[in-house]
Unconditional design. Structure first.
Length: 352
């Protein structure tokens, strides 16, 4: 090893789901929305003039921040925006988890959490989910340097009640509790109303799933003004201009079409529930989902085998290795037509 190599920060990176470049793939592997964003988003995009690119964008992303504050009925200074919720979450880890005590998150959850903890040298511990893949709030009563909970959780798809999340927040007044609500629009119970009650709560959301805008890279955090200011200070110590002028404009435009948003959510939820039944008919155990994906294990066929067989048929789902979840597939809810193709492929593979 060269001497200079000792000074390199070594990390094991997060591995995102595949983004296939070939055509004809049914992509049910990264929890994107199968429907396009609102026509209002297209309209806002069309109006962007090319000469805007000569200038830096607004570092405060005020148009988007104000639109979000209004949409959620918050005061000015309660919203922070970033390049997808991954950016917002990474900055939140850096800003709020500065203790020598370990932060806590479940053993089965978003696999980016341990990666951010490692890259920022934050110690962590992972209380185990119970036998039904549920978070046990009482496990979060031990000493810690902060908590992050995905609600609904991923990849399990299971949501906690607001009262259960509140139990975690209220029993941890001395640390910041981050609630990652990436999937909450699909039927979870948000803790947003608790922002009035707890100043140690930060709620993180994304445009990538429910707003069909994964490619725009927009995420945001909501919390009390001191938390938002602290996040802003850290962000501005790294990069002032994270949000492009396009993402600011189209992000704000998406909030103007509530009808479209609600219809889109309803479609996904309907497809999810019918897909759950179809999977059960074919011998899968499917966890109750409050998200835009299903977490399912077949009674006989192994997860890795099904993943590979589906992949050969150009149907991409997600499979994670891991003691408790190795037999499960995480299947994004696509259109009805895409799900039909999935079931046809499964029938072929399972020899029905
Ligand atoms: N949180 C959870 C629980 C997720 O599953 C994802 C999607 N991979 C994210 C956050 C990040 O999404 P994005 O960066 O696209 O907002």
């Amino acid at each position: 090893m060269n001497k200079w190599e000792e000074n390199i920060r070594k990390v094991v990176p997060y591995v995102p789901g595949e983004q296939p470049q070939e055509s004809g793939v049914i992509k049910l592997n990264t929890n994107e929305n199968p429907y396009p964003p609102s026509p209002k988003v297209y309209e806002a995009h069309r109006k962007i003039e090319i000469d805007c690119y000569a200038l830096y964008p607004d570092p405060a992303a005020s148009e988007l921040v104000t639109a979000l504050e209004q949409y959620y009925g918050l005061e000015h200074g309660q919203v922070f925006v970033g390049v997808g919720s991954d950016d917002v979450l990474a900055l939140s880890f850096l800003t709020f988890f500065n203790s020598d005590k370990p932060i806590l998150f479940p053993d089965v959850t978003y696999s980016f959490y341990p990666v951010w903890a490692d890259v920022y040298r934050i110690p962590y511990e992972c209380p185990e989910l119970d036998e039904n893949f549920r978070i046990k709030p009482e496990d979060y009563r031990r000493e810690n340097g902060g908590i992050v909970i995905a609600n609904p959780n991923a990849p399990t798809s299971i949501g906690m009640k607001r009262s259960e999340v509140e139990e975690i927040i209220s029993s941890n007044p001395d640390v910041i509790v981050i609630v990652d609500e990436a999937y909450v629009d699909f039927g979870g119970e948000t803790v947003l109303p608790l922002l009035k009650k707890y100043e140690n709560l930060l709620v993180v959301r994304t445009y990538s799933k429910s707003r069909s805008m994964a490619g725009a890279r927009i995420g945001f955090a909501m919390g009390n003004k001191r938390l938002i200011q602290a996040l802003t200070d850290v962000k501005e110590s790294i990069n002032s201009y994270t949000m492009t002028m396009e993402s600011i404009r189209i992000g704000a435009a998406s909030l103007e079409d509530e009808d479209y948003f609600q219809r889109n959510l309803r479609k996904i939820v309907e497809t999810r529930e019918s897909a759950k039944k179809e999977l059960e008919k074919r011998g899968f155990a499917v966890l109750p989902s409050q998200t835009n994906f299903l977490f399912a294990a077949h009674q006989k066929a192994e997860g890795q085998y099904l993943f590979e067989e589906l992949r050969q048929r150009k149907i991409f789902v997600r499979h994670f290795n891991g003691e408790r979840i190795g037999n499960y597939l995480r299947i994004t809810v696509g259109t009805d037509e895409q799900m039909k193709r999935l079931f046809e492929a499964l029938d072929e593979i399972l020899g029905e």
